[in-house]
Design a protein around this ligand. Structure first.
Ligand code: A3P
Length: 280
């Protein structure tokens, strides 16, 4: 099967010249940072907490991934986005410097979710095992090396989180953290509502917290990706809704890997005001 990276490269011009609209809402993340979790939260907000409306389709089909052409879809997602009615919610994993200029020009609101790199690495490793369009990660040791060097699809986690952190000073970006949402989802949903200039009742907000909790999403076929053909996502290898818990990296990193990672992190994040929690 042709790799996703190959498809994206060929069609990059079309992606970069994507025409955004001022009322587009962009959800940007580094892979495995809680994209589909925030997508579900935003969909619930945009649909005033109507669970049935949010079950209208699989999350991979409900909102397009700006730069992706999935092997099981007839059209690339950016073409699907062009055909959608407004207001559109568009996901992307692109680093800030690769975002289509029209998104900046139209001053679109952007929600960015960042997740600590250790859990991102472990989650990305398992995703490579179950997603047929990504290269076989071999084993965690090999994937660890590639992740640290940024030699994975979407490049360096470090550059991604820092690039978007800098971009928020000059653009309409709400920068959120996976661990904060996990610790206090209601608090973070309030931040999203404020950013979107939307008011919902406490009852509806509680409903959103419930509907988007890990266990409820894991049981929801429209959110847990089990409806995606098994030759694309092989859930018998690893679930898409896998652990959903900060700190799982401790079950995978050796003491030596952890020490090496921390040293590398200090170097690469030196001078940044960004801080991450690797457990809650
Ligand atoms: P794990 O593999 O650590 O379990 P993305 O959507 O960016 O691909 O991120 C996927 C990660 O987010 C997976 O992490 C998945 O389990 C986790 N996730 C998805 N929904 C979640 C939720 N409601 N609460 C907590 N984590 C969630």
């Amino acid at each position: 099967m042709k790799s996703l990276a190959g498809l994206t490269k060929e069609l990059w011009d079309q992606i970069y010249n994507f025409q955004a609209k001022p009322d587009d809402l962009i959800l940007a993340t580094y892979p495995k940072s809680g994209t589909h979790w925030m997508q579900e939260i935003l969909d619930m907000i945009q649909n005033d907490g109507d669970v049935e409306k949010c079950k209208r389709d699989h999350s991979l089909h409900r909102h397009p991934f700006l730069e992706l052409k999935f092997p099981h879809k007839e059209k690339p997602d950016w073409v699907i986005a062009l055909e959608m009615s407004s207001p559109r919610l568009i996901k992307t994993h692109l680093p800030s410097q690769m975002i289509p200029p029209s998104i900046w020009k139209e001053n679109c609101k952007i929600v960015y979710v960042a997740r600590n790199p250790k859990d991102c690495l472990v989650s990305y490793y398992h995703f490579h095992r179950m997603a047929s369009y990504l290269p076989d990660p071999q084993n965690l040791e090999e994937f660890y090396e590639k992740f640290v060097l940024g030699k994975v699809f979407y490049g360096s986690w470090f550059d991604h989180v820092k690039g978007w952190w800098a971009a928020k000073d000059t653009h309409r970006i709400l920068y959120l953290f996976y661990e904060d949402i996990k610790k206090n989802p209601k608090h973070e949903i309030h931040k999203v509502l404020k950013f979107l200039e939307k008011t919902l009742s406490e009852d509806l907000i509680n409903k959103i917290v419930h509907h988007t909790s890990f266990d409820v999403m894991k049981d929801n076929p429209m959110a847990n990706q089990t409806g995606i053909p098994s030759h694309i996502f092989n859930h018998s290898i690893s679930n898409f809704m896998r652990k959903g818990m900060p700190g799982d990296w401790k079950n995978y990193f050796t003491v030596a890997q952890n020490e090496e990672f921390d040293k590398d992190y200090q170097n690469k994040m030196a001078g940044s005001t960004l801080t991450f929690r690797t457990e809650i």
